[in-house]
Ligand binder design. Structure first.
Ligand code: CMC
Length: 485
């Protein structure tokens, strides 16, 4: 068995920066390969005399692999319950082969980084930011505190929070370029498309943001993005209605200022009920981060090229826009609009079961018992509806949920209401059109995107994201002139 020292001389050139050895070790000596097939089986065993089998730390040990094509055996180091995928590269039939890849088209079972920001246990329905439960944070904290927590790892003291808020307030001035950009945008453009364009364009206002390896420069951009995302989102919202922008009010809370810029008048503050402001704040908290979701992964992939963070979060917003991700909140309301009454619910569910459509706001890649955000939002919805009256679609939503939860199709696939099922009903009751809902998701999620960006830019293991493929096209062939085709 090769010793750990041998593994350090990896041919991949980044061994010293990886937390564990990147290569497999060859357990059995190589014999001349007779089997040239590329398909076969890798059998995995944990030998009984492996010290890891009795190790005090069950997340550390080694994995023994046997390649049925060659009979060769390999050993992969286990660390943190994972094995290094690059280690598979040493498994090959012929010396000149490229080596084995892992095939994981939707990154179902691939850890792409170390992160200390957010923890999810999908089976137990746990979501924690830096160790604090989402339930506690949404009821006892507020969005500004949660932003500080996600970015810095600890809840702020009173003076730290004052300073953080002052930094955000100082960055609230909207660049003139944003007004010009929106003036040029069609009023009917989807507000998420407006936001995506605006976020990317903001990079042009802050060219120093190209210095992505400078921690102080990163901090400035993070503050700017937290300050300006609601300002720009409100500008887009009002532009669509032909209304003049409302200047931010630094004396208001983050959520209060957002509602003020959306619903106020240039010369009169918005009259927002405290329960509504509180609900909006809690919704921002609930959406603030969700570890390696589709949009965070888009931010990471784009930022890995060392582009400025405005382009990276524009990519995140674009990923969020899709109906399987953040766009689901809009899709839920549009879905509810197609169901006229509770009597139509069974037929609608049948169409979801036959694959004609998806039950939007249901299901999750990670949560397999319940989405803890959905539970909190269900309670929030009650608080808001007590103040402003029930959303007429609520009855249909509840009937859909009840029928789906009692249906074998949904229970056997572990499909439950997710964060987007009831959030849209709250936004809708506040008078916002469905096309705005994902914008609210993006405003909350911005802090998660920039927290991940900051974490990855200071992680020595970060390299440009560049996956592999399993090529299925033709082998190289001679070019055929157009007249001969
Ligand atoms: N309605 C009907 N069937 C569903 C649904 C649904 N909403 N979600 C999953 N399924 C079925 C799917 O057809 C498949 O069935 P089968 O095994 O017979 O082929 C099975 O459940 C597994 O589905 P999947 O597509 O392999 O699951 P996934 O992990 O790839 O997708 C999801 C997760 C969230 C994209 C999916 O559940 C979905 O499309 N839900 C509706 C859209 C939605 O609400 N998205 C918001 C997610 S929460 C916000 C966020 O964090 O992004």
């Amino acid at each position: 068995m090769a010793e750990a020292e041998d593994l350090k001389s990896s041919q991949y050139g980044f061994e010293s920066r990886l937390p564990y050895q990147p290569s497999v070790s060859l357990v059995a000596p190589l014999s001349p390969c007779e089997n040239t097939r590329l398909t076969g089986r890798i059998s995995v065993t944990m030998s009984s005399n492996d010290p890891a089998a009795t190790s005090a730390d069950p997340t550390v040990g080694s994995l023994h692999l046997t390649d049925s094509r060659t009979g060769r055996q390999f050993e992969l180091p286990i660390s943190e319950d994972s094995v290094p995928a690059i280690g598979l590269r040493d498994i090959r039939v012929h010396e000149e082969d490229f080596g084995m890849l892992s095939y994981d088209p939707a990154l179902l079972n691939t850890a792409v980084c170390h992160s200390s920001i957010t923890f999810i246990d999908g089976e137990k329905g746990i979501l924690d930011y830096r160790g604090y439960s989402i339930e506690e944070l949404s009821s006892n904290s507020n969005f500004a505190e949660v932003c500080f927590l996600l970015l810095n790892g600890e809840l702020p003291t009173a003076s730290e929070l004052d300073l953080f808020r002052a930094e955000i307030h100082a960055a609230l001035d909207m660049p003139e370029s944003m007004v010009k950009l929106h003036a040029a945008l069609d009023k009917d453009l989807h507000p998420m498309s407006m936001l995506e364009s605006a976020l990317a364009a903001l990079g042009g206002d802050f060219p120093e943001s190209d210095e992505v390896l400078d921690a102080e420069v990163r901090h400035q951009q993070i503050i700017r993005l937290l300050a300006l995302t609601p300002v720009v989102a409100a500008l887009g919202f009002r532009h669509r209605q032909g209304l003049a922008p409302v200047a931010p009010d630094p004396n208001l809370s983050y959520a209060g200022n957002l509602l003020h810029m959306l619903l106020g008048d240039p010369d009169k503050p918005a009259d927002v009920h405290p329960a509504v402001e509180r609900a909006m704040d809690a919704l921002l908290v609930l959406h603030a981060d969700h570890e390696q979701n589709c949009s965070a992964n888009a931010v990471r992939a784009v930022a890995s090229s060392r582009v400025n963070p405005y382009s990276a979060v524009a990519a995140g917003a674009s990923a969020l826009h899709g109906p399987l991700h953040g766009g689901a909140n809009q899709a839920v309301l549009e879905m509810l609009d197609t169901i006229d009454s509770v009597d139509d619910v069974p037929a609608f569910l049948e169409s979801c079961k036959t694959g004609e459509r998806r039950l939007m706001g249901f299901g999750h890649r990670v949560y397999k018992n319940y989405d803890p955000r959905a539970k909190v939002i269900g309670q929030l919805a009650g608080d808001v509806f007590d103040v402003i009256g029930e959303n007429p679609k609520l009855e249909i939503a509840r009937a859909l949920e009840k029928a789906a939860m009692a249906d074998e199709y949904f229970s056997s696939r572990k499909l439950f209401p997710n964060v987007d099922f009831y959030s849209g009903l709250i936004y809708s009751a506040l008078g916002f059109p469905p096309r705005m809902f994902t914008v609210f998701f993006a405003i909350g999620r911005m802090v998660g995107w920039v927290a991940h960006w900051n974490e990855m830019m200071s992680d020595p293991n970060t390299r440009i994201v560049r996956p592999r493929q399993l090529y299925t096209g033709p082998k190289r062939r001679p070019f055929v002139a157009i007249g001969d085709r």
